[in-house]
Write a protein that binds this ligand. Structure first.
Ligand code: 4FV
Length: 252
Protein backbone atom coordinates (compact mmCIF):
# COMPACT_ATOMS: atom_id res chain seq x y z
CA UNK A 1 0.00 0.00 0.00
CA UNK A 2 1.29 3.47 -0.92
CA UNK A 3 0.85 6.59 1.18
CA UNK A 4 1.65 9.96 -0.41
CA UNK A 5 1.77 12.66 2.26
CA UNK A 6 1.34 16.30 1.23
CA UNK A 7 2.93 18.45 3.92
CA UNK A 8 5.02 21.56 4.58
CA UNK A 9 7.10 19.54 7.10
CA UNK A 10 8.22 16.29 5.44
CA UNK A 11 10.92 15.63 8.03
CA UNK A 12 8.22 15.08 10.68
CA UNK A 13 7.59 11.70 9.06
CA UNK A 14 11.14 10.36 9.18
CA UNK A 15 11.40 8.72 12.58
CA UNK A 16 7.84 7.38 13.20
CA UNK A 17 8.18 5.06 10.20
CA UNK A 18 11.71 3.86 10.89
CA UNK A 19 10.92 2.11 14.15
CA UNK A 20 9.13 -1.06 15.18
CA UNK A 21 6.32 -2.71 13.25
CA UNK A 22 5.80 0.04 10.68
CA UNK A 23 9.54 0.39 10.15
CA UNK A 24 9.69 -3.32 9.36
CA UNK A 25 6.64 -3.04 7.08
CA UNK A 26 8.44 -0.33 5.10
CA UNK A 27 11.57 -2.48 4.85
CA UNK A 28 9.45 -5.48 3.77
CA UNK A 29 7.85 -3.25 1.14
CA UNK A 30 4.37 -3.87 2.55
CA UNK A 31 3.88 -0.10 2.77
CA UNK A 32 5.55 2.76 0.89
CA UNK A 33 5.52 6.18 2.48
CA UNK A 34 6.43 9.18 0.29
CA UNK A 35 6.44 12.72 1.67
CA UNK A 36 5.82 15.52 -0.84
CA UNK A 37 6.62 19.10 0.14
CA UNK A 38 3.74 21.35 -0.94
CA UNK A 39 6.18 24.26 -1.10
CA UNK A 40 7.92 22.55 -4.04
CA UNK A 41 4.73 23.21 -6.04
CA UNK A 42 4.56 26.93 -5.31
CA UNK A 43 5.27 28.77 -8.57
CA UNK A 44 6.62 32.11 -7.27
CA UNK A 45 10.31 32.58 -6.49
CA UNK A 46 9.60 32.88 -2.75
CA UNK A 47 7.54 29.68 -2.90
CA UNK A 48 4.68 31.29 -0.93
CA UNK A 49 2.18 28.68 0.29
CA UNK A 50 -0.06 30.75 2.55
CA UNK A 51 -1.81 34.12 2.54
CA UNK A 52 -4.15 36.29 4.62
CA UNK A 53 -7.79 35.16 4.86
CA UNK A 54 -10.33 36.98 2.70
CA UNK A 55 -12.70 38.83 5.01
CA UNK A 56 -9.90 39.41 7.53
CA UNK A 57 -9.36 37.56 10.79
CA UNK A 58 -6.55 35.79 12.60
CA UNK A 59 -3.78 33.70 11.07
CA UNK A 60 -3.09 32.60 7.52
CA UNK A 61 -4.75 30.25 5.04
CA UNK A 62 -2.99 27.73 2.80
CA UNK A 63 -3.16 28.78 -0.87
CA UNK A 64 -4.95 26.52 -3.34
CA UNK A 65 -2.50 26.50 -6.26
CA UNK A 66 0.51 24.70 -4.73
CA UNK A 67 -1.77 22.01 -3.24
CA UNK A 68 -3.74 21.60 -6.48
CA UNK A 69 -0.54 21.24 -8.51
CA UNK A 70 0.85 18.69 -6.07
CA UNK A 71 -2.32 16.56 -6.20
CA UNK A 72 -2.49 16.82 -10.01
CA UNK A 73 1.14 15.72 -10.19
CA UNK A 74 0.37 12.59 -8.14
CA UNK A 75 -2.80 11.93 -10.15
CA UNK A 76 -0.82 12.20 -13.38
CA UNK A 77 1.10 9.14 -12.06
CA UNK A 78 -2.00 7.33 -10.75
CA UNK A 79 -5.48 8.72 -11.59
CA UNK A 80 -7.19 6.26 -9.19
CA UNK A 81 -5.47 7.56 -6.08
CA UNK A 82 -7.86 8.26 -3.13
CA UNK A 83 -7.34 11.78 -1.68
CA UNK A 84 -7.98 12.39 2.04
CA UNK A 85 -7.92 15.73 3.86
CA UNK A 86 -7.10 15.56 7.57
CA UNK A 87 -9.26 18.23 9.17
CA UNK A 88 -11.31 18.74 12.35
CA UNK A 89 -14.30 19.20 9.99
CA UNK A 90 -13.91 15.64 8.71
CA UNK A 91 -15.82 12.53 9.78
CA UNK A 92 -14.55 11.01 13.00
CA UNK A 93 -11.85 8.40 12.32
CA UNK A 94 -12.56 4.91 13.76
CA UNK A 95 -11.71 1.22 13.22
CA UNK A 96 -14.38 0.75 10.58
CA UNK A 97 -12.97 3.62 8.49
CA UNK A 98 -9.46 2.20 9.00
CA UNK A 99 -10.68 -1.13 7.61
CA UNK A 100 -12.27 0.62 4.60
CA UNK A 101 -9.08 2.55 3.84
CA UNK A 102 -7.02 -0.63 4.10
CA UNK A 103 -8.82 -1.68 0.93
CA UNK A 104 -7.18 1.06 -1.12
CA UNK A 105 -3.79 0.65 -2.86
CA UNK A 106 -2.74 4.30 -2.95
CA UNK A 107 -3.80 7.08 -0.55
CA UNK A 108 -2.91 10.79 -0.66
CA UNK A 109 -3.01 12.42 2.77
CA UNK A 110 -3.20 16.23 2.79
CA UNK A 111 -1.92 17.81 6.00
CA UNK A 112 -3.22 21.31 6.68
CA UNK A 113 -1.43 24.02 8.62
CA UNK A 114 -2.28 27.52 9.88
CA UNK A 115 -6.02 28.27 9.95
CA UNK A 116 -6.67 25.74 7.23
CA UNK A 117 -6.82 25.35 3.46
CA UNK A 118 -8.61 27.41 0.79
CA UNK A 119 -12.12 25.91 0.69
CA UNK A 120 -12.09 25.56 -3.10
CA UNK A 121 -9.29 22.98 -2.93
CA UNK A 122 -11.53 20.83 -0.73
CA UNK A 123 -14.40 21.13 -3.19
CA UNK A 124 -12.18 20.26 -6.17
CA UNK A 125 -9.94 17.50 -4.79
CA UNK A 126 -11.15 15.95 -1.51
CA UNK A 127 -12.44 12.37 -1.91
CA UNK A 128 -12.81 12.13 1.88
CA UNK A 129 -12.28 14.35 4.96
CA UNK A 130 -11.24 12.71 8.22
CA UNK A 131 -10.77 14.05 11.75
CA UNK A 132 -8.89 12.09 14.40
CA UNK A 133 -10.74 13.90 17.18
CA UNK A 134 -12.51 17.01 18.40
CA UNK A 135 -9.45 19.03 19.29
CA UNK A 136 -7.24 21.40 17.25
CA UNK A 137 -3.70 20.37 16.28
CA UNK A 138 -1.01 22.71 14.94
CA UNK A 139 -1.06 20.68 11.73
CA UNK A 140 -2.56 17.60 10.07
CA UNK A 141 0.75 15.69 10.14
CA UNK A 142 0.16 13.87 13.42
CA UNK A 143 -3.34 13.00 12.25
CA UNK A 144 -1.86 11.53 9.06
CA UNK A 145 0.55 9.43 11.15
CA UNK A 146 -2.31 8.09 13.26
CA UNK A 147 -4.23 7.12 10.15
CA UNK A 148 -1.19 5.45 8.51
CA UNK A 149 -0.53 3.43 11.69
CA UNK A 150 -4.16 2.29 12.15
CA UNK A 151 -4.53 1.34 8.45
CA UNK A 152 -1.09 -0.28 7.97
CA UNK A 153 -1.49 -2.72 10.88
CA UNK A 154 -4.57 -4.13 9.11
CA UNK A 155 -2.55 -5.02 6.02
CA UNK A 156 -1.57 -8.69 5.54
CA UNK A 157 1.89 -9.42 6.90
CA UNK A 158 2.33 -6.18 8.86
CA UNK A 159 1.41 -7.54 12.29
CA UNK A 160 3.04 -10.77 13.54
CA UNK A 161 -0.13 -12.70 12.80
CA UNK A 162 -3.07 -11.20 10.96
CA UNK A 163 -5.22 -12.83 13.64
CA UNK A 164 -4.32 -10.18 16.19
CA UNK A 165 -5.89 -7.44 14.07
CA UNK A 166 -9.05 -9.54 13.91
CA UNK A 167 -9.06 -9.74 17.69
CA UNK A 168 -8.81 -5.97 17.93
CA UNK A 169 -11.16 -4.64 20.54
CA UNK A 170 -12.75 -2.13 18.25
CA UNK A 171 -12.82 -4.79 15.54
CA UNK A 172 -15.45 -6.38 17.72
CA UNK A 173 -16.43 -2.86 18.88
CA UNK A 174 -15.86 -3.84 22.52
CA UNK A 175 -13.07 -2.56 24.71
CA UNK A 176 -10.14 -4.92 25.28
CA UNK A 177 -10.17 -7.29 28.30
CA UNK A 178 -7.43 -6.66 30.89
CA UNK A 179 -4.03 -8.15 30.12
CA UNK A 180 -1.51 -9.60 32.59
CA UNK A 181 2.02 -11.09 32.30
CA UNK A 182 4.75 -12.37 34.65
CA UNK A 183 5.31 -12.10 37.56
CA UNK A 184 1.99 -13.55 38.84
CA UNK A 185 2.46 -11.43 42.00
CA UNK A 186 3.27 -7.83 41.17
CA UNK A 187 3.61 -5.44 44.10
CA UNK A 188 1.37 -7.75 46.10
CA UNK A 189 -1.28 -7.88 43.38
CA UNK A 190 -2.19 -11.33 42.01
CA UNK A 191 -3.26 -12.32 38.50
CA UNK A 192 -6.93 -13.47 38.26
CA UNK A 193 -6.90 -17.24 39.05
CA UNK A 194 -8.78 -18.21 35.90
CA UNK A 195 -5.90 -16.98 33.73
CA UNK A 196 -3.53 -19.41 35.46
CA UNK A 197 -6.01 -22.31 35.19
CA UNK A 198 -5.18 -23.47 31.66
CA UNK A 199 -8.94 -23.88 31.18
CA UNK A 200 -9.24 -22.11 27.81
CA UNK A 201 -13.06 -22.16 27.74
CA UNK A 202 -13.18 -20.50 31.16
CA UNK A 203 -10.45 -18.05 30.14
CA UNK A 204 -12.25 -16.93 26.98
CA UNK A 205 -15.55 -16.64 28.91
CA UNK A 206 -13.82 -14.52 31.57
CA UNK A 207 -12.21 -12.34 28.90
CA UNK A 208 -15.52 -11.86 27.10
CA UNK A 209 -17.20 -10.92 30.38
CA UNK A 210 -14.42 -8.46 31.20
CA UNK A 211 -14.62 -6.90 27.73
CA UNK A 212 -18.39 -6.48 28.13
CA UNK A 213 -18.11 -5.11 31.68
CA UNK A 214 -15.37 -2.67 30.78
CA UNK A 215 -17.28 -1.49 27.71
CA UNK A 216 -20.45 -1.07 29.77
CA UNK A 217 -18.54 0.87 32.40
CA UNK A 218 -16.39 3.04 30.16
CA UNK A 219 -17.99 3.23 26.71
CA UNK A 220 -21.65 2.27 26.90
CA UNK A 221 -22.06 4.05 23.54
CA UNK A 222 -20.04 1.24 21.90
CA UNK A 223 -22.40 -1.42 23.30
CA UNK A 224 -25.22 -0.01 21.22
CA UNK A 225 -23.15 -0.65 18.06
CA UNK A 226 -21.70 -4.01 19.16
CA UNK A 227 -23.04 -7.25 17.68
CA UNK A 228 -23.70 -9.17 20.92
CA UNK A 229 -24.55 -12.89 21.02
CA UNK A 230 -27.30 -14.24 23.29
CA UNK A 231 -24.54 -15.46 25.63
CA UNK A 232 -23.08 -11.93 25.64
CA UNK A 233 -26.45 -10.48 26.65
CA UNK A 234 -26.77 -13.04 29.47
CA UNK A 235 -23.22 -12.23 30.60
CA UNK A 236 -24.02 -8.50 30.53
CA UNK A 237 -27.25 -9.01 32.54
CA UNK A 238 -25.22 -10.89 35.16
CA UNK A 239 -22.59 -8.11 35.25
CA UNK A 240 -25.20 -5.36 35.62
CA UNK A 241 -27.06 -7.38 38.30
CA UNK A 242 -23.77 -8.11 40.11
CA UNK A 243 -22.70 -4.46 40.22
CA UNK A 244 -26.00 -2.57 40.25
CA UNK A 245 -24.24 0.28 42.08
CA UNK A 246 -21.91 0.91 39.27
CA UNK A 247 -23.58 2.60 36.39
CA UNK A 248 -22.40 3.00 32.86
CA UNK A 249 -19.57 5.46 32.44
CA UNK A 250 -18.45 5.23 36.10
CA UNK A 251 -15.30 3.35 35.22
CA UNK A 252 -13.46 6.18 33.43
C1 4FV B 1 -6.96 17.80 12.75
C2 4FV B 1 -7.75 16.96 13.54
C3 4FV B 1 -6.50 19.15 13.12
C4 4FV B 1 -6.55 22.26 12.23
C5 4FV B 1 -5.87 23.53 11.86
C6 4FV B 1 -4.42 21.69 11.40
C7 4FV B 1 -5.46 21.26 12.38
C8 4FV B 1 -4.53 23.17 11.31
N1 4FV B 1 -6.70 17.16 11.60
N2 4FV B 1 -7.94 15.81 12.84
N3 4FV B 1 -8.25 17.19 14.78
N4 4FV B 1 -5.92 19.88 12.12
O1 4FV B 1 -6.68 19.57 14.26
O2 4FV B 1 -7.31 15.95 11.68
O3 4FV B 1 -4.50 23.56 9.97
Amino acid sequence: MKFDILTLFPKMFSSPFEESILGKAVVKGLIQIRTINIRDFALDKHQVVDDAPYGGGQGMVMKGEPIARAIEWIRSENPSVWTIFLTPQGKRFNQRIAQELAGHSHLVLLCGRYEGIDERVRELFADEEISIGDYVLTGGELAAMVLIDAVSRLLPGVLGSDRSAEEDSFFLSLLEYPQYTRPSNFRGMEVPEVLLSGNHAAISRWRRAEALRRTWMRRPDLLEKASLSIEDRELLEEIIERDPGEKAGDGI
